[in-house]
Design a protein around this ligand. Structure first.
Ligand code: AMP
Ligand code: TRP
Length: 336
């Protein structure tokens, strides 16, 4: 039996922080290495231009995310890795899907409402149409599973709705009961939510860089940031997210990077000071990400090789996407 297809992507909007890593990228790598899925991972650059940006910076951001993918352990031999904008079928299919998308459904999307609040000066139609392009990304590859965070569940539900609507309206001819699209399911693997280092009640987010620990930070900066990270009153090092949100956030990072169970970590730091714990945590973080940074450094030395690798991934993805787009065009009467 062939393996079920899985797809996901991240927008190239800047440097990745440890929240992105533990909440998304590490999970991609684990899913790839589980060997249970045929995986596609892409750089969602078309989505990223719905936010204000400097065009001069975009190519660098795309390349940087590709390097992050590969340095974290995504492997072009195990997964198909590609750049969304290199595959015109994504935009083309999104347009066709627009014609089965009820305006009212898009208007309900909470991410659109949130982002509109945050970028009042740039509430563009692309931002509104974002979920339809996302549906296209997923449906083109017959993906059964989409690993995403909770914030994307509403978009995935819309993707299912659009697949259903399209299938009903445009059955492929000659295949009674046949369907052009597969309805994908979210894969809500448990990934930690990492909070800001300077405010444990806010999610770590690139919009507040002061509270971020970036994967590319130098060991010195990492040490300083952990040293400066806010802590709770009292001095106990215990995982109590409600009453001790700050230290619990740091413990969560420690646990996920060291692989030690929480109980063991708590035991290790019984009667130890916040200072000692933070020092050790810095070392855990540095050891972990130095491996990542070394790999990234090495890969950066041969950009031509990365570009070739991407060209292969793009080509592989494009062949699959174009085949599905053919089916879409036939079903909709755009092609005989
Ligand atoms: P963003 O750039 O905010 O769209 O995030 C890219 C990916 O990282 C998404 O899958 C998010 O769910 C995940 N992510 C972002 N911030 C965090 C965080 N603080 N903790 C855990 N996951 C996060
Ligand atoms: N919207 C996703 C995010 O912000 C990124 C994304 C775009 C995506 N297209 C996708 C994720 C398709 C999964 C599948 O995290």
């Amino acid at each position: 039996m062939s393996k079920p297809i899985l797809i996901s992507g991240i927008q190239p909007t800047g440097k990745l922080h440890i929240g992105n890593y533990l909440g998304a990228l590490k999970n991609f790598v684990d899913l790839q290495n589980s060997g249970r899925y045929k995986c596609y991972f892409f750089v969602a650059d078309l989505h990223s231009i719905t936010e204000s940006y400097d065009p001069k910076e975009k190519p660098g951001q795309v390349l940087n995310l590709v390097l992050d993918y590969l340095s974290a352990g995504l492997n072009a031999e195990k997964s198909t890795i590609f750049i969304q904008s290199k595959i015109p079928a994504h935009s083309e299919t999104a347009w066709i899907l627009n014609t089965v998308t009820p305006f009212g459904e898009l208007k309900r999307m909470t991410q659109f409402k949130d982002k509109s609040e945050h970028q009042r000066e740039n509430i563009n139609v692309g931002l509104f149409d974002y979920p339809v392009l996302m549906a296209s990304d997923i449906l083109l590859y017959d993906a059964e599973f989409v690993p995403v965070g909770e914030d994307q569940l509403q978009h995935l539900e819309l993707t299912r709705t659009l697949a259903r609507k399209f299938n009903k309206k445009f059955p492929p001819d000659g295949r009674a009961g046949g369907k052009v699209f597969i309805e994908p399911k979210p894969l809500l693997t448990e990934t930690p939510k990492i909070m800001s280092l300077d405010n444990p009640n806010k999610k770590m987010s690139k919009s507040m860089p002061e509270g971020c620990l970036f994967l590319d930070d130098s060991p010195q900066i990492m040490t300083e940031k952990i040293k400066r990270a806010v802590t709770d009153s009292g001095k106990e090092i215990k995982y109590l997210p409600e009453s001790k949100p700050a230290i619990s956030n740091l413990l969560r990072i420690y646990k996920n990077l060291s692989g030690l169970p929480m109980k063991k970590i708590e035991k290790k730091y019984e009667n130890k000071s916040y200072g000692q714990f933070k020092k050790d945590l810095s070392n855990v973080i540095i050891d972990y990400f130095m491996v990542f940074q070394k790999k990234k450094n090495l890969l950066s030395k041969n950009i031509r090789k990365i570009e070739k690798l991407m060209a292969v991934g793009n080509k592989k993805a494009e062949a699959i996407a174009n085949k599905k787009l053919e089916e879409v065009k036939k079903a909709t009467g755009l092609k005989k």
